[in-house]
Design a protein around this ligand. Structure first.
Ligand code: FAD
Ligand code: DLZ
Ligand code: SF4
Length: 512
């Protein structure tokens, strides 16, 4: 029997053309896919996230086999399942005659450290292939970042536009004359608009089996399986992509920052789980969006706004994650130490904006960007919750959450715990912003116009108290000059009332 190459395919490497398979002959390879306890246990993932990943893995194994690959699939219920990637490599080396291992680089430091140890551990060559599903290589990001004082996304994004040629005219200038149309993307939504809904995919036999397994095995993990709606195959993910392009993209730009009660999806794509696990290719998607613009089907602010999220923000946060290193996760610039309140896991709070966002998160393993940033993230920031606890929550509850993308968004962008590498100022706001962008406050028992008293919106006192208690660290930030001037202008009694209001709210929150 000739010796073969062992190619492990991880749960977020579900792309038919993943780099570890490039230029390989299926007759000479054994692909290994593993449902393992180590990956389900590093945080307590939302049940729907585990179900999505297992079902998508099982369907992907079939898709690979149909293309001629031989896949050794280790199911959760395999009686000899060792529970870890390395343990399964050991067993695979016993089952097959293997000369070397080939794998696409993993998406997080924890797993990369494991893989980098395999050559020594198993005594055979291990080739780690770069992940070609990103526009920027690690070297591209390093070259761009080196020597810069500030790593602002906007300038990196322009590099990515130049590299891909997306939305550039024949002279290499940005389409429409501007790089960024964010200022056109801030309309609040109204309930009477026809809002497109993502496809709710009907679970097939494989998914039903996985749902039963997850329901039995992970009963005490967060979230519900009752509303499981995800695509789990390449074809289904493509259908959701087309639905988004046809129905939601034209207004994606206008309502990108909107929030509305009872509307979890608005004009968002709901494609992140598929992009991150490999069912959809991000660059193909951007090219289709560009085509829709050239065909006159979508306005420029929508096409540019969407493409910016993918080749701008998504690529940028990945660059930051790998550049900042494995200890990025420990940063806590503002020294916030409060534990996460229980309502992050129950959704039971009188604050309607939080109840809506957390409620839909527990139901659907999904919330859109502004909910993550300006509702759950903003509250965590101004309430002084410990960034590591906040990070763990985000990594658990969203179906699209892998550390490389979740951590910089949470710890950096949302919690300012990296001291301003990603955000030029903390994304902190009072209830006023939430009231402007949503109808949440109209359905809330608190009064968004009040700062003090039993009925006052908690975001108001917490916002000023946040600025006050962090003045030493944030007082020099030029982008906060205006609110600090307002704070300075308040009379001492008002300031004290605000401090007391925030303190009593936080004390009460911790008691509950
Ligand atoms: P759309 O609004 O339709 O956007 C289109 C696509 O752009 C997304 O599918 C996604 O691939 C990409 N995108 C948009 N914003 C970002 C961003 N800031 N960073 C990276 N990609 C982006 N995104 C994740 O994919 N995984 C996470 O774990 C994650 N955690 C987050 C945590 C916090 C605190 C915040 C503020 C944001 C986080 N995001 C994360 C970014 C963003 O919220 C999600 O990508 C988006 O909500 C996914 O929904 P969608 O597909 O409908 O996005
Ligand atoms: C998130 C996740 C879960 C819950 N389970 C598995 C699994 O059983 N097997 C697997 O290959 N991948 C899983 N994943 C995704 C991995 O955690 C992810 O691929 C690594 O973190 C590398 O980024
Ligand atoms: Fe949220 Fe305050 Fe508005 Fe209530 S009043 S929904 S707590 S911002």
């Amino acid at each position: 029997m000739s010796e073969k190459i062992l190619i492990p395919i991880l749960g977020d490497q579900l792309s038919i053309h993943i780099s570890s398979l490039e230029a390989q002959n299926p007759c000479e390879c054994v692909l290994l896919m593993m449902e393992v306890g180590e990956e389900t246990a590093y945080v307590r993932h939302h049940k729907a996230k585990i179900a999505y990943i297992f079902s998508a893995m099982r369907h992907h194994a079939k898709a690979l086999e149909e293309r001629g690959w031989s896949v050794d699939y280790i199911a959760w219920s395999d009686p000899d399942n060792s529970g870890s990637f390395s343990g399964e490599i050991v067993r695979a080396l016993e089952r097959h005659s293997i000369e070397s291992i080939r794998i696409t680089e993993a998406g997080e430091w924890r797993v990369m450290a494991m893989i980098e140890n395999w050559e020594q551990k198993f005594g055979i060559p291990v080739t780690i292939c770069p992940d070609h599903r990103f526009v920027a290589t690690h070297q591209d990001f390093a070259d761009w970042a080196d020597g810069k004082k500030q790593l602002r996304m906007e300038y990196f994004y322009r590099e990515m536009r130049r590299k891909t040629g997306l939305l550039l005219d024949e002279n290499g200038k940005p389409e429409g004359g501007k790089w960024n149309y964010d200022n056109d993307n801030r309309k609040p939504a109204k309930g009477d608009l026809a809002i497109p809904q993502p496809i709710r995919f009907r679970p097939d036999d494989i998914t039903r089996e996985v749902l039963a397994l997850v329901s039995d095995t992970f009963a005490d993990y967060p979230g519900s399986l009752d509303h499981f709606h995800f695509a789990v195959t390449h074809e289904e993910a493509m259908r959701q992509k087309r639905k988004f392009l046809d129905e939601a993209l034209p207004q994606f730009g206008d309502y990108q920052d909107a929030l509305l009660s009872g509307q979890p999806f608005l004009w968002h794509s709901i494609l992140s789980p598929y992009i991150n696990s490999g069912l959809l290719d991000p660059l193909d998607l951007c090219e289709e969006v560009e085509q829709r613009y050239h065909d006159g089907d979508v306005p420029l602010n929508a096409a540019e706004g969407f493409i910016r999220q993918i080749i701008g923000w998504r690529e940028y946060v990945r660059g930051i994650y790998w550049r900042e290193g494995p200890d990025y996760v420990d940063r806590n610039f503002l020294q916030a130490q409060r534990p996460l309140p229980d309502f992050y896991y129950s959704g039971k709070t009188d604050m309607h904006c939080l109840a809506e966002t957390i409620g839909q998160t527990l139901d659907l393993a999904y919330a859109h960007h502004i909910q993550r940033l300006m509702i759950t993230g903003n509250f965590a920031l101004i309430a002084g919750l410990r960034p590591q606890a906040v990070h763990q929550w985000y990594l658990e509850v969203y179906a699209d959450a892998y550390e490389w993308v979740e951590l910089p968004n949470t710890l950096g962008m949302s919690q300012f715990a990296d001291g301003g590498i990603i955000a030029s100022k903390p994304y902190a706001s009072s209830g006023n912003y939430i009231n402007k962008m949503s109808d949440y406050c109209q359905h809330c028992r608190y009064d968004v116009k009040q700062r003090i008293g039993q009925n006052a919106c908690p975001f108001n006192a917490l916002y000023w108290d946040f600025l006050d208690r962090n003045q030493e660290k944030l007082g020099d930030n030029r982008r906060l000059a205006m609110p600090y001037r307002t704070w300075e202008g308040m009379d001492p009694n008002t300031k004290n009332d605000i401090r007391n209001q925030a303190k009593s709210f936080l004390d009460q929150m911790q008691k509950n």
